[in-house]
Design a protein around this ligand. Structure first.
Ligand code: DON
Length: 325
């Protein structure tokens, strides 16, 4: 099961190391998420990047051994799983694929639009709905399925960070409100507390930047795992996931991210960012066959995106002419 990556040692990897140091100081323009007490204790100056291509070639820079939680990056993964478990029509009947322009935990459109269907799976309302529909008769079974699916992508065992989960479970008033509202309008497939437990545990799954890069690589490859040589999820689902990442992946900064960076990406309040770079988007880069990019920088902006992380990703994309447009 372990996947071995070959560290590339050339001027490209030197550039990455320099770029990490160039953008690390921007962390002071952000703050670690404080609404989840366990995240507030992280070192805001940390910054790391890992880029992995289909032939296991890898470039890394910065604090690459640091562990952090997936947070909202998990929303892409559970969306893909729900599509596999239930089929696309079932999922799309319960969650739309339209961006909102609202904050990730906003409740307003559940009432202002009828029938109150969540706008997309990348905001909390949509993600809680998606978590409720995963296969499994208990939260434990659903979480085990998420872990096992992720483990197939990253090639190693993963676990839920209990401290982060507990920290968020006890402060999840807004998510509880969203879930009760969704239950009232008939959008949850399991009891509120169970859906919340799955959602908050998936958010608390612990990874490093190379795990993120592997997730990005498999999505970039339309669900095909290039090292394990298996199709992990259908191409049609991967395409939808990438479209959702472009239109909703960076919350209410997704428009600007698409306009000025132009890669399918998903962020989380832990400071994680995953980007899926398809081969046609990186022909002039050191990864001409495409790649996955994982970034970690825990100081986030008001919207929830890593400040130094977004700047570093923009620089890499600009320098190597990576864009889907
Ligand atoms: O639901 C929450 O508040 C978090 N567990 C995850 C949110 C998240 O990462 C949104 N990010 N910007």
């Amino acid at each position: 099961m372990p996947i071995h990556h070959n560290q590339v040692k050339n001027h490209d990897s030197q550039s990455i190391g320099q770029w990490v140091e160039q953008f690390r100081p921007f962390a002071k323009e952000g703050k670690c998420a404080s609404y989840i007490p366990a995240l507030a204790q992280k070192d805001p100056q940390q910054l790391a990047i890992s880029i992995i291509g289909p032939n296991s070639e890898q470039i890394v820079g910065g604090d690459v051994t640091e562990l952090f939680t997936l947070q909202s990056v998990s929303k892409v993964v559970t969306f893909i799983l729900a599509c596999m478990d239930r089929g696309l029509p079932y999922v799309l009947e319960r969650v739309d694929v339209e961006p909102t322009g609202d904050t990730f935990n906003s409740i307003i459109r559940l009432e202002s639009h009828q029938p109150g269907k969540p706008f997309n799976p990348m905001i909390n309302a949509g993600a809680i709905t998606v978590s409720s529909m995963l296969d499994g008769s208990s939260p434990q079974e659903k979480v085990a399925k998420i872990l096992s699916f992720l483990e197939q992508m990253v090639g190693k065992q993963l676990k839920v960070n209990e401290e982060v989960f507990q920290s968020e479970w006890q402060t999840a008033n807004r998510n509880r409100s969203l879930a009760y509202y969704l239950m009232d309008s008939g959008f949850l497939d399991c009891p509120v507390e169970e859906a919340l437990e799955v959602y908050l545990k998936q958010c608390a799954i612990e990874v490093n930047v190379s795990d993120l890069a592997m997730i990005g690589l498999v999505i970039a490859n339309d669900g095909y795992h290039p090292q394990r040589k298996i199709q992990l999820f259908p191409k049609q689902v991967a395409k939808l996931a990438k479209a959702l990442m472009v239109t909703c992946g960076m919350y209410n900064a997704s428009g600007k991210f698409a306009a000025f960076i132009g890669l399918p990406a998903k962020s989380g309040v832990s400071g994680a960012i995953v980007a899926a770079v398809p081969n046609h988007a990186s022909l002039e880069s050191p990864f001409p066959a495409g790649c996955g990019i994982g970034i970690y920088g825990p100081a986030i902006d008001d919207i929830g995106n890593s400040v130094a992380g977004v700047k570093l990703l923009k620089h890499v994309a600009d320098e190597w002419n990576m864009t889907i447009f």
